[in-house]
Every structure is written in structure tokens, then in C-alpha cells.
Design a protein around this ligand. Structure first.
Ligand SMILES: [Zn+2]
Length: 119
């Protein structure tokens, strides 16, 4: 496997996904093997940040004291244009099927991807 690309979990403004060189599957969570076929032959790519809203969930009660200042906030499932699905924050007025684009913002002291409607 090649050198990992720094992504937002490492403080870089990037969304990274993996493709399997054996079966072509795509996955968002970084693993050392393909979730579909078990192959360790994976490549990492930087995503464009463009996608479509698959589901939304407005959070009105803070789970932790650090997130209380952000309530209410929207948790989205986004189908990225590259073919993987990810969970992320986004604008509260987003609806299923909206085309979105990721930027990055601070949430409870961490850098996180944040989706807004694509213009
Ligand atoms: Zn595979």
C-alpha cells in the first residue's frame, strides 16, 4: 500500500477514500483490506467533495457539552460523486437529493467536512 494521504481526521482539508485494485470496490473508512473482497491491494484518492444528499438527520439535543453550542445541527449521509457514502455535517436546510459540495469547518474543536448546497 502506498503512503496514506492526510485527510481531515489528521487536520488536513481533504476527504480521502480507497479503491480496491482487485475488485474495484470503493470505501470511505480507511481499512487495511477491502471490505468487499478482503484484498489488501488498496489505493487512496482525494475526493472532490462533490456529492448528493442521501439522508439528513437534524440533531436538536447535544450529545456532549462541546457540541451544545452547535445545536441544532444537521448530520448528513452523502453519496460522493466518486461512489462512496460518508457521514458529515452540513447546512440545516439541505434535503434528500440536493447536490452538495464539501468545505471544512471547526466543530467542537475539530476540523470536519461540512456540506453546503452546490451552486
Ligand atoms: Zn475488493
Amino acid at each position: 500500500m502506498s503512503e496514506p494521504i492526510a485527510d481531515w481526521t489528521k487536520g488536513a482539508e481533504a476527504i480521502v477514500y480507497q479503491t480496491c485494485n482487485a475488485c474495484g470496490a470503493r470505501q470511505y473508512f480507511r481499512r487495511s483490506f477491502c471490505a468487499a473482497c478482503g484484498s489488501p491491494d488498496l489505493a487512496e484518492h482525494r475526493a472532490s467533495g462533490a456529492g448528493t444528499v442521501y439522508a439528513t438527520s437534524l440533531v436538536c439535543r447535544a450529545a456532549t457539552p462541546e457540541t451544545r453550542a452547535h445545536v441544532p445541527y444537521n448530520i448528513l449521509l452523502v453519496d460522493a460523486d466518486e461512489g462512496f457514502r460518508m457521514m458529515a455535517h452540513g447546512d440545516n436546510d439541505l434535503a434528500i437529493g440536493d447536490k452538495v459540495l464539501a468545505r471544512f469547518t471547526q466543530f467542537a474543536g475539530r476540523l470536519v467536512p461540512y456540506f453546503a448546497k452546490a451552486k
